[in-house]
Design a protein around this ligand. Structure first.
Ligand SMILES: Nc1ncnc2c1ncn2[C@@H]1O[C@H](COP(=O)(O)OP(=O)(O)OP(=O)(O)O)[C@@H](O)[C@H]1O
Ligand SMILES: [Mg+2]
Length: 361
């Protein structure tokens, strides 16, 4: 068995009964012990994929393999999966201990009450809810309920853990804390985990890798930093990282790229970054805020609309011929709202896209 492909999804397609094609053609692999984030906007198909992996939904076509073996015909209970649902789905009339034990005392392989309680207590200790054993879910905070749901998903010692936006109901501070705890727990027990989120920052912070979806198609399957540095297309560049200049149109004419009031010589671009030959025509230019900064030699004249403090740095919000954009400057930089500035781009860091969103530079 190949550990790099512990979970493998091949040519997956899902058309719901009403004809909606939620998953168009999806293939990916997850390495044993990795925590992989499935990221994407609402409705892109994340939950659909988890439900197919868990066996709660049948795919229209394609294959799912765990440890090299197809499981599409395997019943959900035999797939050795732990599933943390977005709404926790705890049993309100049972205590925390009873909730966590529950999967162990039902079904074919059920354990004695004593044995089940012992295993449950082990996972309650790991998720730090031992003190809550006798309480009912209704008296717990969101973060505590979250831990109960995780402990319950782990008691059967599954080989794969699925988590569907597990932190979305928590406040910002608790979200940061619990996401670190989840990562450290997952790494300690070495369970292969698929973690669904629509929050790019959460995905970047905890994922060993990220799979970004849009409209039922994978846009990029990669290490976090590559979504910043080497986005596959316009959607990825805008979804991950600080917003880039939106819809900045330039036109290529021979050896020049021209915008309304500035030009870039094609020879000043980094030849190794071209994805393909560029025919003359219209393109969209994007640049991240850290790569367009005030500089007296800069060609782009802009009006600073606002300045926002973000920790140790400041974001200039500026407009340039009706296009809104952002630039990152240090705290000591004197620039203020209302200033007219010249901005310079790092040409080895800009991106160029076709109008259809294909990245060409
Ligand atoms: N049972 C269903 N029948 C028909 N269409 C469905 C069904 N369930 C989901 N869909 C549609 O399939 C698409 C993908 O849904 P899914 O729940 O997988 O999205 P998601 O990425 O999990 O979104 P969210 O971030 O909002 O949870 C959506 O357009 C949704 O409306
Ligand atoms: Mg969902």
């Amino acid at each position: 068995m190949n550990d790099d492909k512990f979970v493998e999804v091949k040519n997956l397609r899902k058309v719901y009964d009403n004809g909606h094609e939620a998953i168009k053609q999806v293939s990916f692999a997850v390495k044993k012990g990795d925590l992989v984030c499935l990221l994407g906007p609402s409705g892109c198909g994340k939950t659909t994929i988890l439900n197919i992996l868990a066996g709660l939904l049948n795919p229209t076509s394609g294959d799912i393999l765990f440890g090299g073996k197809s499981v599409v015909k395997t019943a959900p209970k035999d797939r050795q999966i732990g599933y943390v649902f977005q709404n926790y789905a705890l049993y309100p009339h049972m205590s925390v201990l009873q909730n966590v034990m529950f999967p162990l005392i039902v079904g074919k392989h059920k354990k004695s009450k004593d044995e089940a309680a012992k295993i449950a207590q082990k996972y309650m200790k790991l998720t730090q809810i031992t003190d809550l054993a006798d309480q009912k879910p209704g008296s717990l905070s969101g973060g505590q309920q979250q831990r109960v749901a995780i402990a319950r998903a782990l008691v059967q010692e599954p080989q794969i853990l699925l988590m569907d936006e597990p932190l979305s109901n928590l406040d910002a501070r608790l979200r940061l804390k619990i996401r670190e705890e989840i990562r450290s727990l997952v790494k300690r027990i070495g369970i292969t985990t698929l973690f669904v989120t629509h929050d790019q920052e959460e995905a970047l912070s905890i994922g060993d890798k990220i799979i970004l979806f849009n409209e039922g198609v994978i846009q990029q399957d990669d290490l976090g930093q590559n979504f910043y540095l080497e986005p596959n297309n316009y959607f990825v560049a805008n979804f991950v990282g600080n917003p880039v200049i939106d819809n900045f149109k330039v036109e290529k004419n021979g050896d020049k790229l021209t915008a309304s009031d500035f030009e870039i010589a094609v020879s000043d671009l980094d030849p190794s970054r071209f994805k393909r030959e560029l025919p003359d025509g219209k393109y969209i230019l994007s640049v991240r805020p850290e790569n367009i900064t005030p500089n007296p030699a800069g060609q782009i004249k802009a009006h600073v609309d606002d300045v926002e403090l973000i920790g140790r740095e400041r974001i200039l919000k500026f407009s340039h011929n009706g296009v809104q954009a952002r630039s990152l400057v240090g705290l000591e930089d004197p620039v203020q709202a209302g200033d007219e500035v010249n901005l310079k781009m790092r040409l080895d860091r800009i991106f160029l896209f076709t109008e259809q969103g294909e990245r060409v530079y």
